[in-house]
Design a protein around this ligand. Structure first.
Ligand code: NCD
Length: 302
């Protein structure tokens, strides 16, 4: 029996482990479904809204023959005040073999993993990490480029509040990409450059996009601004990714966004529908990548 293990973040992973998951995802991509997780029970514990992440975890689990149940903060005993750890122990007692958790507090999956003897998979914790999103983003880039090493990857937008940005910065810099972060000081503190080797910051979007292989756009996380007064018209003037700005990137550059995107805010209205956009592909790739993550976590990789 192979050892099962949690996926809490990208920060703790070695490049070899990242490659292993991506290779497994490639094998799962479009493959005939095999019940490698037949009758395994996977609890999806979501304390925050989610569309893509939840649905793709559920489809990934079911494609492998697993049984899933969705527990949401409303409509469960969480609403009655049950603690996170007690909720986890309850799920374990009902026979859950793994828990996929999204939570508004950074570190919530780590707390759960410390108290449980089943794998915990982080589906986004506060402003901290969103490892499966970074894995599916890397997977998507590698469908368009041979390797991550040496690529110029611009990440534009609300980086400070973004767990997607943090996980991507860890992954891309570990794998040798040049990561250029771009946003206003309120949404991108200088310290972000210390997240990994090869990471730098610019306040000028033209500089970020010039010669980029990949342009990754992030939503302004209004729900996490907590009193911060951000003038959206100024933000749009300085940082919105537009067709003109996109032309500074390489001719075959790809445009990415983890979703949900707010058209007309962080990116110009129909940019998502242009040939450079791989945004829908990212969503589609989420399924095979999460199949690979679940198989790895449950020690069931073929
Ligand atoms: C993001 C999230 O929830 O972290 N979405 C996602 O999972 N793809 C990004 C966001 O909310 O802006």
């Amino acid at each position: 029996m192979k050892k099962s293990r949690s996926l809490l973040g990208i920060e703790q992973l070695e490049p070899a482990e990242i490659s292993r998951v991506l290779r497994l995802a490639r094998r799962m991509h479009g493959a005939r479904p095999r019940p490698l997780l037949r009758n395994r029970r996977i609890a999806l514990l979501f304390y925050e809204p989610s569309t893509r992440t939840r649905v793709s975890f559920e489809f990934a689990a079911k494609a492998l023959g697993a049984i899933t149940t969705l527990v949401q903060a409303t409509a469960s005993s969480i609403e009655k005040g049950e603690s996170l750890v007690d909720t986890g122990l309850t799920l374990r007692a009902t026979g859950a073999d793994a828990i996929v958790i999204r939570h508004p507090s950074s570190g919530a999956p780590h707390l759960l993993a410390r108290h449980l003897d089943i794998p915990v998979i982080n589906a986004g914790d506060g402003m901290h990490e969103h490892p499966t999103q970074a894995l599916l983003d890397a997977y998507t880039i590698l469908r368009h480029r041979k390797q991550l090493r040496g690529l110029k990857i611009a990440i534009v937008g609300d980086i400070y509040h973004s767990r997607v940005a943090r996980s991507n910065i860890h992954l891309l810099s570990k794998c040798g990409a040049q990561v250029v972060l771009c946003g206003p000081p309120e949404l991108l503190p200088e310290v972000a450059a210390s997240l990994g080797p090869g990471v730098r910051i610019t306040r000028h979007i033209d500089e970020a996009l010039r010669g980029a292989d990949v342009v990754m756009v992030l939503r302004v996380q209004q729900e996490r601004l907590a009193g911060l007064q951000l003038h959206m018209d100024e933000y749009i003037a300085g940082y919105q990714v537009t067709p003109e700005r996109m032309r500074l990137a390489k001719r075959d550059a790809i445009l990415m966004h983890p979703g949900p995107m707010i058209r007309g805010a962080e990116l110009a209205g129909d940019l998502a529908d242009t040939p450079a956009s791989v945004i829908t592909e990212q969503v589609a790739n989420g399924v095979c990548v999460r199949m690979a993550v679940l198989l790895t976590a449950l020690g069931a990789a073929p």
